[in-house]
Design a protein around this ligand. Sequence first.
Ligand code: MG
Length: 387
Amino acid sequence: MLDQLYAREEAALAAYAFPSRESRGRVWPEPPHPYRLPFQRDRDRVVHSVAFRRLSEKMQVFSHTVHDDHRVRLTHTMEVTMIARTVGRSLALNGDIVEALALFHDIGHPAFGHEGERVLNTLLAEHGGFDHNAQALRIAEKLEQRYPDFPGMNLSCEVLDGQRYKSIKKANAAQGRVTSPPLLEVQVVDWADSISYDAHDVDDALALGYLTPSDLEATRLGRRVVASLHRRWTNLVGDDLRRAAVHEIIDVVVGSLIRTSYERLDLLAPNSWSAAQTLGLVIAPEDDLVAEIAEWEQFLKERVYRHPQVLESRKLAAEQVRTLFASHLARVDSLPPRYTKVVREESPERAVADYIADLTDRAAQQEYEQCLEGSAMPNRNYQIAIT
Ligand code: MG
C-alpha cells in the first residue's frame, strides 16, 4: 500500500519537486504509517497540537477588542495554506510539504502578535532574543507534549528545515548576509504568507474604516487594481469595491507567481529538487510586480500597522507583556512543570518567554487584569487541562 502511495505521488510531481520517499526522516525514528505519507502525518500533527488551536485566539494585526470579523492568526494560517496549495499544485510540487509547513509556519506567534514578539525580544536581549519563527521550532522540538515516545511533534526534517530557513533568513537579512535557497515548496509557502497578509490586512483595514478605497490609489498596485475593476464595473463603490479589490490583488499576484515561476522552471529545467536549489530563489512573481509589492508593503506599514488605533493597542499590549514577564520572573518556581524544566535547562527568562508566548491574547489579558488587582495569578497549564 505504502509503495503504491509513494508511486502515485511521484507520478504527479515535477522532476524538481521533493518526493516524500526521499525524506531524511525524523529526529526520533518512527516506523512508517500504513496509509499516510510522512508529510501528511506532519500536517495532522500540526493540526492536532494545542499550539495550533490557540491560534484562534491570537491576533494577526487587529485586536479582538476592536471587532469580530477581521483575521486572527488561525484564519491567516488557513488563507496562507489555501494559496500555498494552489500554487504548489499548479507547479506540480509536493503539496503535502507545502500544506504541513503552511499550517505550521505561525505556530510560534506569542500573544499580541508582532508587538508581543517585539517586547519579548527586547526582554530577552541578553538571553538569545525572541523570534516567532524560532519559537515554532521550540514548540515542535521541545514544548508541545502529545506523544509518549518523544518531546515535541517529531516532524520530518524537511518541514523543520523549511521553518528554520524562515528564522535564519530574518537573522541573516538583519546582518546583510545571504541565505542559501530552500526547497521550492518552502519558497511557495513564503510567498503565500506575504500574499495573504498583503491582501487581508488591507481588507480588514478597509472594513474597519482605517482606510478608504481611494487610499489604495497611492500605490502602483492599488491604481492598477482599481482601474481594472472600474473597467469591468463602472459603479463599484464601498464594500463591493473593497471585496472585489482584495480578490483582484490575490488574483494578480498569485497569477503572476505561478506563471513566472513556471516559465523560469521550464527554461532552467532542473532535473531534481537539489538541482533546483542551486538556482537561487526561483519562485517569485515578475520583477516589476515584486517592486510594486514592496511599495504596497511600505504603504501597509505606514497606513495600517502604524494607524493611530493600531499603535494604541500595541502600546497596551506592550505594557501587558512587560507586566506579565516581570510578575512571572519573580516566581518562576510556580510555573507549570514543562516551563520549570526550561528554567533548569536554559534560563528563567526563556521559561517565562515560553509561557507568555503560549498564552492566547484573552488569557494574557486576564492574567494582566489579575496582576493589576493584585490577586494571585493562577498559572495556566492548558496542556494538562485540554489535551
Ligand atoms: Mg504568517
